[in-house]
Design a binder for this molecule. Structure first.
Ligand code: EPU
Length: 427
């Protein structure tokens, strides 16, 4: 397996291009199942999860073509067309490797009136049930059965009726599935306490470009008037606010100065506020956002929350940054029950972190020491990269496939701003 090797201590300085957002791409791709016309997505990141989703679409009868595959291109253009669905089944083998596969459930149900999707099971960051996806779809008129590890959903009469659902807990994925199901329903739907992450706004804007009628975009109440059919569209995937935030943490821990080209400040206010709390200079530029740091980070107190709160997907990276801070930082993880898996690995590099249930106290130390480490999930892997960039000596990050799921050409982007980082291929 590949490894990333970092010799720490270099100040990051320069421009980092921010890719299209993974979590937006993974909900925009299944929109191609909602119409027989082509959906063209621009600025699609080159990531293992995006490729995996493309393969799943192919299995369902959607043809995909990709342009801009030259190695020097950031952002590809994919045209996906589902002239006819040839299958409505998302099998276990695919769903277990990529949880986001569950996002074909709503579109298949909307287009074909039926869908059979494997239950994804647990994952490294927690139990992650899909009960809210199913309850929301039931409220829109679906009948749901669970058998042999599969969800079998159908719409009586072949078409969902639409309906009203209030999410008891904010869920990004369940909101996405419900929106994609409601747009082709035979009536109107109201989704209350819906997630309003920028990726959901991106999804709604793409669906509107395809002819959907959605009101309240960007708020917690979405009102959707079902239409008889959607048409094709060309849509640009938003910039990855989590990738941008991750490189901002890397800039702070190395006391560097970077411009995150393409990042949008309005979509990452909580992250920028946390960077300022840590003492960083954060300013909007013509091309994106500049983040610069002089000296060690101030301690931060951060609690994860649904958007517009501080993102759970930024928790591990800020924690890595705080390990070399001036004092004690306090983190509280409210979204996922098991999202501190990076802590024992960071401890191997000399960090002082005390986890008590959902909270963690990070006491800043004077230096970190490179070590071989491995990670269990995407953001945890990134926290190890961030720590490695500032550690003395060499850090070897193993299980690089986690990073390849969500960070487009990580080592190349970091090398370009002065990091001493390389990928060692397993051959
Ligand atoms: N939840 C339920 N029942 C459900 C769905 C969710 O109890 O049916 C709970 C979850 O267990 C969790 C909370 O609700 O405690 C929020 O989960 P959510 O559904 O919002 O998460 P998700 O849709 O599965 C997406 C991102 C995650 C990100 C979360 C939270 C994608 C593909 N994934 O997951 O991204 O952490 O929202 O913002 O969009 C990552 O990129 O590293 C990543 C894990």
């Amino acid at each position: 397996m590949d490894q990333i090797v970092i010799r720490g201590g270099q100040r990051l300085k320069g421009r980092i291009p921010i890719s299209g957002a993974k979590n937006a791409a993974l909900t925009l791709l299944p929109c191609a199942l909602l119409t027989d016309e082509p959906l063209t997505l621009r600025n699609l990141p080159r990531l293992a999860d995006v490729d995996g989703f493309g393969h799943l679409l192919n299995q369902l009868g959607c043809s995909t073509t990709i342009e801009g595959s030259r190695p020097e291109d950031f952002g590809r253009v994919m045209t996906a067309r589902t002239t006819t669905l040839t299958s409505t089944v998302a099998p276990y083998d695919i769903v277990r490797k990529m949880r986001a596969s569950i996002l074909v459930l709503g579109p298949l149900l909307a287009r074909a009136g039926e869908a059979t999707v494997s239950l994804p099971g647990g994952c490294a960051i927690g139990n992650r049930p899909i009960d809210l996806h199913l309850k929301a779809l039931e409220a829109l008129g679906a009948e749901i059965e669970l058998a042999s590890g599969y969800v079998k959903a159908s719409a009586p009469g072949g078409r969902l009726s639409g309906g009203k659902f209030t999410f008891p807990v904010v869920s990004v994925g369940a909101t996405e599935n419900a929106v994609m199901a409601a747009v082709l329903a035979n009536g109107s739907s109201i989704l209350e306490n819906a997630a309003r992450e920028p990726e959901i706004v991106d999804l709604c804007n793409c669906l509107v470009a395809m002819g959907a009628q959605i009101d309240g975009i960007g708020t917690e109440t979405l009102t959707i008037e079902g239409v008889d059919r959607l048409h094709g569209a060309t849509y640009r995937v938003m910039a990855d606010r989590i990738e941008a935030g991750s490189y901002a943490c890397a800039a702070v821990i190395t006391q560097g100065d970077v411009e995150l080209v393409g990042a949008k400040a309005s979509e990452m206010e909580a992250t920028l506020a946390a960077l300022r709390e840590a003492g960083a200079t954060v300013e909007e530029t013509k091309a994106g956002i500049r983040v610069a740091m002089d000296g060690r980070a101030e301690p931060v107190t951060l609690s994860t929350a649904p958007y517009p709160g501080f993102a759970t997907d930024m928790q591990a990276q800020f924690m890595a940054m705080a390990t070399l801070g001036k004092g004690a930082s306090l983190f509280t993880e409210t979204i996922f029950e098991n999202r501190y898996m990076h802590v024992p690995e960071l401890a191997r590099m000399g960090c002082d972190i005390d986890v008590r249930g959902r909270s963690a106290v990070v006491r800043g130390v004077d230096s970190l020491v490179g070590a071989p480490v491995m990670a269990t999930d995407l953001r945890a892997s990134m926290s190890l990269i961030i720590a490695g960039l500032a550690a003395e000596g060499t850090t070897e990050v193993n299980r690089v496939y986690h990073l390849d799921r969500g960070y487009e050409r990580l080592e190349e982007k970091l090398q370009a701003v002065g990091a001493d980082i390389e990928r060692i291929s397993a051959g």
